[in-house]
Design a protein around this ligand. Sequence first.
Ligand code: 0GY
Length: 299
Amino acid sequence: MTAAFTMDPDWLCFDPEPSKPSFVLPPGAVDSHCHVFGPGEQFPYAPERKYTPCDAGKDKLFALRDFLGFDKTVVVQATCHGTDNSAMIDALRSAGGRARGVASVGAETPDEALASMHAEGVRGVRFNFLRRLVDPRPDEYYIGIVARIAELGWHVVIYFEAADLETRWSFFTSLPITVVVDHMGTPDLSKPATGPGFDRFVRLMAEHPNFWCKVTGAERLSAAGPPGYDDYVPFARRVVEEFPDRVLWGTDWPHPNMKTHMPDDGKLVDLVPRIAPTEAARRRLLVDNPMRLYWGVQP
Ligand code: 0GY
């Protein structure tokens, strides 16, 4: 018998009818941060999850990809599925080579499973440090996993609260592989983009060339809100300008844990020319960089 799941009472489901973006994405554009949720009856949510979402399966993800004008997607394992990567892998299998994956694995995940995920298109693991999403583990736990995935040439994606950067600095910077930071390290957008808080994050990127940044998360970081998300723009633009070869962008669909509004994904795409004002910068952000990191293709 399959499990039935009821989404959290305050859960906001993704926008079923986003607008067509005014900005036309370049050919070969990659949505480098999105997820699949279930459907729960086919891919049950993990018992240890911290939230139960609305189902948002691969068919809806691929329909959005085509509607917005993306060519490819990077599907990031969501915490509601724990370390059972089946829904994400199923999406990769259905994408005909047009998707790559970032998995969630544990110390108990055997090497054979990692190798098999590699064959399916997984190229990294995500470590989530947000207490509202996962229970914390000691640094050694992550270090052991990194040693194993390094052999596959994978990278690690880290998601953390800006307030934790100082205390985790030496751990993060000791990681001997490529590290991709989600949502610009979650800066406080009410502060200046050139102030000490965000300067610390920019210094992390500047001093550690193995660090990459997803200039994502407008909808979850912004206090200004839709449609312009004006407070997000200077932060993302700064990172794109300073590190043009180490930035990625994605929709973050289906936007887990949005409590105040659900973004229109078309309007999110329209942010791209504001954070990457030149065609060359947009090509790196949307095509060249993800193709290098996820498909091993040099521009
Ligand atoms: C995001 C952000 C969130 C959730 C997850 O895996 C997840 O559950 O990533 C969040 O709640 O901030 O990047 O999708």
